[in-house]
Design a protein around this ligand. Structure first.
Ligand code: C2E
Ligand code: MG
Ligand code: MG
Ligand code: MG
Length: 279
């Protein structure tokens, strides 16, 4: 036992570990001030209807522009924000910003579109989420059916009874629900069938190789059939090539999102894209 402890201690004090720990503490500390210093921005990535090429909606994706470190990826800071609870105010900021922006685009005369906003596990577990969403919709004047919340498959499956109750309340408001990163968690089909959801987002890890890997191709085909049988819409994320697009079109996938059409864009760039699209 002593030997084991000793080994663990030794591992703890490796220089690389120290640097990682320090970096994490630094990020955590910076994160605490980032909101008040207005370092967060929201980018928007179009979601395209496969059959028409129309922009049906956009997904809001948070960006952190630190004055000295530069752009910090959500993959790096969202987990830290989750652990520290800072995701609650950050998430509320993104929601409010995204709804405000969507309403502004509608008022500028663009055809109304859906705004998809990611909700983390910690946010989803908060009983106050329903109230927060209600408040933001009221304050921004965005009609609820133009808002979609994305919850990952693994968060949704953590406590299915709780998920069911939360989603029912959220949907009563008139907003829609998408299951994000689908295929990476462990959904019981029986639960999936019972959840009050509108859409499944196929994780991009299945899309990258669909035209070369027969296993990925059959998984994607099966998910699309499953979703349609359950009367759900299905969107593929991470679509980067024409070949992937053709495959998804042949399989009747409803929507797609990915670099092939557009990267996530700052609001002004998306505004320009919408202007081009509608002229
Ligand atoms: P996600 O919700 O699954 O978002 C999709 C991610 O895929 C985004 O990464 C997007 O930039 C990236 N992506 C889109 N199309 C392509 C493509 O064609 N190829 C490749 N390689 N990537 C593509 P991003 O913006 O770095 O966000 C990563 C994750 O961070 C998101 O995954 C989401 O889980 C989380 N996240 C981002 N913004 C928020 C937020 O406001 N709140 C919460 N709770 N999580 C967020
Ligand atoms: Mg998402
Ligand atoms: Mg996803
Ligand atoms: Mg993802």
């Amino acid at each position: 036992q002593a030997k084991e402890l000793g080994r663990n201690n030794f591992q703890f004090f490796t220089p690389s570990m120290n640097i990682k720990t320090l970096q994490r503490l630094k990020t955590e500390n910076n994160l605490r001030h980032a909101l008040e210093r207005k370092e967060f921005h929201v980018h928007y990535q179009p979601q395209i209807e496969v059959s028409t090429g129309r922009i049906l909606g956009v997904e809001a994706l948070v960006r952190w522009q630190h004055p000295t470190t530069g752009m910090i990826s959500p993959a790096e800071f969202i987990p830290i924000a989750e652990n520290t609870g800072l995701i609650i105010p950050i998430g509320e900021y993104v929601l409010r910003e995204a709804c405000t922006q969507n309403k502004a685009w509608q008022e500028a005369g663009f055809p109304p579109m859906r705004m998809a906003v990611n909700i983390s596990g910690r946010q989803f577990q908060q009983q106050t989420l329903v109230q927060t969403v209600e408040n933001v919709l009221r304050e921004t004047g965005l009609e609820p059916h133009w808002l979609e919340l994305e919850i990952t498959e693994s968060v949704a499956m953590q406590d299915v009874e709780f998920t069911n109750r939360m989603l029912l309340e959220l949907r009563k408001m008139g907003i829609s629900i998408a299951i994000d990163d689908f295929g990476t968690g462990y959904s019981s089909l029986n639960y999936l069938k019972r959840l009050p959801i509108d859409k499944i987002k196929i994780d991009r890890s299945f899309i990258g190789d669909i035209t070369i890997d027969p296993d990925d191709a059959s998984i994607v085909k099966t998910i699309i059939l499953l979703a349609h049988n359950l009367k759900l819409k299905v969107i593929a994320e991470g679509v980067e090539t024409i070949e992937q697009f053709e495959f998804l079109k042949a399989q009747n996938c409803d929507e797609l999102q990915g670099y092939l059409f557009s990267k996530p864009l700052p609001k002004n760039d998306l505004h320009q894209l919408l202007t081009k699209n509608n002229s």
